[in-house]
Ligand binder design. Structure first.
Ligand code: SF4
Length: 241
């Protein structure tokens, strides 16, 4: 376990950027390890989460548990009410089941846009990404400059065994849905347990078939080609992604 560098990276982010640094967590194992690590190092770090409005009750309870265990307040980002209202009025609350572009619209309105707004107040943030988690994360760096901000992944080099060992050693609170077979935990309607041997991705948006790519390209009256998602976003939030 590369504990030293994880701690060093977290300390560097926290001490260098102060209140313009935050741990961004969805209360999965890795995110809570970062919160625990900051507390044990005596660091005062802001903790931000996105309350999409569709989180499982277990995640909301987990936030309470973490606040009480570490004696701190988690900052909850929420979707903009007018955007949410326009989206659900137009497409219904469970639009994510209907087509890939609508699922992406829901993620934009409930998650991406609130986080984008919070990012304006940050120069650096830490997340719980690990290289081992997926092929797309294999190149995760401990510190990377992303869109003008320092993105810290202190656990980049950690294995699953490192994670489990840290959790045990420090009695870190664990999200209760892991015990029900969840490998990753997001919104309630879009997360499910995975079977042994199943890809981790099988636990998210499982109704979207592999290769079920967003196919909708649209022509504007001026003859410009737009993605379906851009068209939906303009309708709901009045802007492009
Ligand atoms: S994960 Fe599902 S419910 Fe949550 S924002 Fe994305 S599509 Fe919407």
């Amino acid at each position: 376990m590369n504990l030293r560098s994880a701690e060093e990276v977290l300390r560097w982010g926290c001490e260098t950027y102060g209140i313009r640094f935050a741990i961004v967590s969805s209360f999965q194992k890795e995110g809570v390890i970062l919160i625990d690590m900051a507390a044990r190092l005596g660091l005062t770090a802001r903790v931000i989460t996105i309350d999409t409005g569709r989180l499982p009750a277990e995640t909301l309870a987990m936030i309470d548990t973490v606040e009480s265990r570490y004696n701190m307040r988690v900052e909850r980002l929420r979707p903009e009410p007018a955007e949410l209202e326009r989206m659900t009025r137009q497409f219904g609350p469970d639009l994510f089941r209907d087509e890939v572009a609508l699922r992406k619209l829901c993620c934009q309105v409930r998650k991406v846009r609130p986080l984008d707004i919070a990012m304006i107040g940050l120069d650096a943030y830490a997340v719980g990404l690990r290289r081992e988690q997926s092929e797309s994360r294999q190149d995760t760096e401990l510190v990377a400059l992303v869109d003008g901000r320092q993105k810290l992944s202190p656990l980049a080099a950690w294995t699953s065994a490192d994670v489990e060992s840290y959790l045990r050693q420090h009695s870190v609170p664990i999200h209760p849905l892991y015990a029900s077979g969840y490998a990753t935990i997001g919104c309630a309607p879009c997360s499910r347990p995975v079977q042994a041997g199943e890809d981790l991705r099988a636990g998210r948006w499982w109704w979207e078939l592999e290769g079920d790519k967003e196919c909708g390209l649209h022509l504007t009256p001026e003859g410009k080609i737009e993605r379906r998602l851009d068209v939906l976003l303009r309708d709901v939030v009045g802007t492009h992604a």
